[in-house]
Design a protein. Structure first.
Length: 271
């Protein structure tokens, strides 16, 4: 996927998009004024939001590289993939193995369509629209069936996704359900926005619920995110600020931001 601006003819939504907001925080060009304004409000409440978004992107690439190179995983499903970036999941994986197959999933129909339009012809990577975490719907999709064999290990990525899931939809149950469908040797990569400061969690959650038209869950505590991993076998170094998950000096991730605002997560193996 290349990285060019959204076409001028694209409809300008009256509601900010989480994917476009992330694109702005990462220094991309695929966003509108309404997305930038939402990000400015977010940064006023959580100044480390830009650093956390960058750290999360680096974490995803390091985790994918490790799973492909050290765990020999060749099937990846990336939930909440958002807009194409300069270095996507399949790019990171193929630096370790050229036979990797990747499925990108987003629940936003505009984002999914845009991803398909921007995807360079690639018989081993597809973009589909499905509800976040609905692994069965993804595996049954006609574009996915030729690529992904559920009888073999799969790496499922839920990177910066579960804070978009309301409590009523039970993100912990979502993790358990996905894990129960995966073959032994599979892996789950999970990260989540957290804050240990009550006012920050409440204010950011209110902001995101309002500016996205309710397409949001909530910011949670580190302890709440740790419980998401309880049914899984977490690989070292455990559930941590993602800046500290096997840091790579070549990627120069930002310094850890402390408990006020961070992306918190890890990688787990299915046994």
């Amino acid at each position: 996927m290349d990285h060019t601006a959204l076409p001028v003819s694209a409809p300008r939504s009256a509601v900010p998009s989480i994917a476009r907001m992330e694109n702005y925080l990462l220094g991309g060009k695929d966003h509108y004024q309404i997305d930038r304004q939402a990000c400015w409000r977010l940064l006023a409440l959580a100044p480390a939001a830009r650093a956390a978004a960058t750290a999360c992107r680096h974490f995803l690439r390091r985790a994918v590289r490790m799973l492909a190179a050290e765990r020999d995983l060749r099937q990846f499903i990336d939930f909440g993939c958002g807009l194409p970036d300069l270095d996507n999941t399949h790019d990171a994986a193929r630096r370790a193995a050229d036979d990797v197959r990747t499925v990108y999933v987003d629940d936003d129909p505009v984002i999914a369509a845009h991803g398909r339009a921007r995807m360079e012809p690639d018989e081993h990577a597809v973009v589909v629209r499905a509800r976040l975490g609905d692994l069965d719907a993804v595996l049954e999709h006609p574009d996915v069936r030729p690529l992904i064999d559920p009888r073999k290990p799969i790496a499922v990525l839920l990177v910066s996704v579960l804070h978009r899931i309301p409590d009523d939809d039970d993100p912990a149950r979502m993790v358990r359900d996905i894990a129960s469908r995966l073959a032994p040797g599979s892996a789950m990569v999970i990260s989540h926005l957290v804050s240990d400061v009550d006012t920050v969690r409440a204010q950011v959650t209110d902001l995101m619920l309002g500016c996205t038209g309710g397409r949001w869950g909530r910011v949670r505590t580190r302890r709440e995110v740790e419980t998401l991993f309880q049914p899984l076998h977490v690989l070292p170094p455990g559930v941590v600020d993602v800046c500290g998950w096997h840091p790579d000096p070549l990627l120069s991730p930002p310094a850890a931001t402390g408990g006020q605002w961070m992306e918190y997560g890890g990688v787990a193996e299915i046994r």
